[in-house]
Design a protein around this ligand. Structure first.
Ligand code: PRX
Length: 688
């Protein structure tokens, strides 16, 4: 932070105080909780000397240990080629297949073990326990179908827009078997959002499902695909085919008609591929495994490109040592596979270790807040992984439910947003029954896997703090003047990682400049340097490091709102509002919410001569939902006479954020139109 004490800067600082980071976390330092002795007695990692083995002195060769968890067709020659920063190349020369590592190699010892427990939302539907053998058969048949019926080749892209069903990991693994790059779009996203990702990735196929259960309703999903396919075509990139899985094989559960020549029912074509086998493609370690789109500072979502060898080794190692997955464990990560957490910690990490991984279709609170605990009891789940938003919802809707069920967790994870100590303690004592260790894992879509977390068998837990960097990850906090903020100083800054690691994104799909700009330009010490030490990775989060080395994450520093643990770009939401012809300007700000952490408040001003009306407000909300999805639905749409602006015409979102969060906006006298602030306060300050 600047040390300038002038009144003008003081005023700016006060306005800046109402930043996302400041709204996010106010709680004081908490006491430690030791990991339960029972947990330590069985943990995969208890020796603190791991941190010496993974010190920067041993970088990058220490990461050999990660890659050695996998089967390689050809062992790599160079652990890290860092000769062209920041384009890191891991395990160069190696050949590997992700599907082989997650399926085939387990057959010898675990053929009849459950790979995936698929739990449908309706409680009267049978749970499907898919063995590794069955997974092998289904993945092979689909891979054969994708190759022979649709002509897919290694390197082609395919967009998936699938719900939480066993067919989703099957489809991802079939793509991986062929070296085809999958790009799964969260099923809650709209057809338009899906189309944007089809176009950007130049996907040849769109694979989806006709319908799925959510909150007691069988949602028609196929109708979204008509929008996705039509929009993609009109944007100049039509998909060749839309492949539709049936939620109930043999029955079509959508009201939308099938488009002739475009739409194909997967379950029907698969009949021609029964018993077919496909050899996994020995891909270069650096071949992209998948794209995962995420929001950034500009309107367009970025396609984070993840590698095969580096990514898979990273998620396998972190699943083994941070998730502490053992062969006999039943592991449930309640995230959606449409987000990175699901890719890394439902599909690739656990399956690489031959674990049993639960895929639950529906809402955690459906039909009541006891559902997760019934599932845990009936499947014998002993490792549980979820987000603070889900924990808050379960606590609010069923604070006493966990005690009613006979399940026992040894390990629990929280991910995606800061967790309030009070919520953490409920998770610990009520959900975990005081028996489970908790890891608060901080990371991002771009990172492939965990960055900061306690090592569960080594460190004490501290509610509200993620913990130190995991072995091999060396975080540092920089201030606005590029100086390191020392630990224990009580000051916040930008958290960065000093070193590359195998799970980090390779680039932004088709946009290497954006990759450099977004993650490396800000704190690069010398842009001509070929030394990786000059290229710290900037995460875009504010953070503080306590004297014990634990990091506390304060929230985003860029134009991103974290709603229920999911990143939404403010520009994406604002552009959707501007599609309504009456709207002149739009500004979105995060508002603290008891359950979701943050929700978006959307301020709009109208074109001259247009009267404000509830109808316009609902048109604006509807536009956001149709462009992005229900997850981005504004908490409120506030129609204001004008936006608070700086003299240079910049909208002061921080002033709006303060009003939405019922805080003082500070000194606004430097604004071009300070008088508007009072008006907006009257309009929006009091209401919820
Ligand atoms: O602000 C941080 C927050 O979520 C952002 C990353 O979001 P996404 O790419 O969607 O990935 C979410 C799951 C990995 C981060 O920049 N975040 C993530 N985990 C935590 C967190 N904030 C606080 N504590 C965490 N454990």
């Amino acid at each position: 932070m600047s040390e300038d004490k002038s009144p003008r800067h003081a005023a700016e600082r006060r306005a800046a105080e109402v930043s996302e980071a400041q709204i996010a976390v106010h709680w004081p330092e908490e006491d430690y909780f030791p990991p339960p002795a029972q947990f330590i007695a069985q943990a995969n990692l208890t020796d603190p000397r791991i941190f010496e083995r993974f010190s920067l002195e041993h970088f990058p060769e220490c990461y050999k240990e990660f890659a050695d968890l996998l089967d390689w067709y050809k062992y790599w020659e160079t652990t890290l080629d860092a000769s062209n920063p920041p384009f890191w190349r891991w395990f160069v020369g190696g050949r590997i297949n992700a599907c082989h590592n997650c399926v085939d190699r387990h057959l010898a010892r675990n053929r009849n073990k459950t790979a995936i427990h698929f739990v449908p939302e309706p409680e009267n539907e049978t749970v499907h326990h898919l063995t590794y053998q069955e997974l092998f058969v289904r993945v092979n048949e689909l891979a054969a179908c994708l190759r022979d019926a649709f002509g897919l080749n290694a390197g082609d892209r395919v967009t998936l827009h699938m719900p939480m069903v066993a067919e989703l990991p099957i489809t991802m693994l079939a793509c991986a078997r062929l070296g085809v790059i999958h790009s799964q779009v969260f099923s809650g996203f709209s057809g338009k959002a899906c189309a944007d990702r089809i176009v950007d990735s130049e996907s040849r196929l769109l694979i989806t499902m006709d319908a799925y259960w959510r909150g007691g309703e069988l949602l028609d999903h196929k109708e979204k695909e008509d929008i996705a396919a039509t929009e993609a075509a009109s944007a100049g990139h039509p998909v060749e085919r839309v492949l539709i899985w049936q939620r109930y094989p043999g029955k079509y559960s959508s009201g939308a008609a099938l488009a002739r020549g475009r739409d194909v029912i997967v379950n029907e074509v698969l009949a021609d591929f029964r018993g077919k086998r496909v050899e996994p493609a020995p891909m270069p370690a650096e071949a992209p495994l998948f794209l995962m789109y995420t929001s950034g500072t500009t309107g367009r979502p970025k396609g984070c490109q993840h590698s095969t060898g580096g990514y898979l080794s990273y998620v396998a190692w972190t699943s083994k040592y941070i998730q502490d997955i053992h062969p006999e464990d039943v592991y449930w990560c309640m995230a959606d596979i449409g987000w990175i957490t699901g890719h890394s910690y439902i599909v690739y990490g656990p399956l690489a270790l031959a674990a049993s991984s639960v895929v639950y279709e529906g809402l955690p609170t459906w039909p009541d807040a006891g559902r997760p605990w019934r599932i845990a009891e009936s499947l014998g789940v002993n490792i549980f992984h979820t987000s603070p938003t889900a924990i808050r919802a379960l606590r609010r809707n069923g604070p006493d439910e966990p005690a009613k069920y006979n399940y026992h967790f040894k390990h629990m994870t929280t991910v995606g947003e800061p967790i309030e100590p009070e919520v953490w303690k409920w998770y610990y004592s009520t959900v975990g029954k005081g028996e489970a260790v908790i890891v608060d894992t901080w990371w991002q879509t771009e990172n492939g896997g965990f960055l900061c977390s306690t090592v569960p068998g080594i460190h004490a837990m501290k509610p509200g703090s993620a913990g130190p960097g995991i072995p091999g990850i060396h975080p540092v906090i920089y201030d606005d003047d590029n100086k390191e903020v020392p630990m224990g100083s009580g000051k916040a800054g930008n958290i960065c990682i000093r070193n590359p690691w195998p799970g980090v994104l390779q680039t932004v799909w088709k946009d290497p400049d954006r990759y450099v700009q977004q993650y490396y330009a800000r704190y690069c010490k010398n842009s001509d340097s070929k030394d990786w030490r000059d290229w710290p990775y900037m995460a875009g989060d504010g953070a503080m490091q306590a004297a014990d080395g634990y990091f506390r994450i304060l929230g985003r520093i860029d134009d991103v709102i974290n709603v229920a643990g999911h990143r939404l770009g403010t520009k994406e939401i604002e552009s959707a509002a501007l599609l309504v012809p009456d709207v002149a300007e739009a500004a979105v700000v995060p508002v603290a919410d008891q359950v979701k952490g943050k929700v978006p408040d959307l301020y709009v001003s109208l074109k001259p001569g247009v009267e404000a009306s509830p109808k316009i407000a609902s048109k604006v909300a509807a536009s956001v939902v149709s462009q992005i999805g229900a997850i981005a639905r504004p908490h409120r749409v506030v129609i204001v006479p004008d936006m608070p602006k700086t003299r240079s015409g910049k909208i002061m979102r921080r002033v709006l954020a303060a009003i939405s969060n019922k805080q003082e906006p500070g000194d606004v006298s430097t604004l071009a139109n300070p008088e508007v602030v009072e008006k907006i306060k009257k309009q929006a300050g009091g209401q919820d």
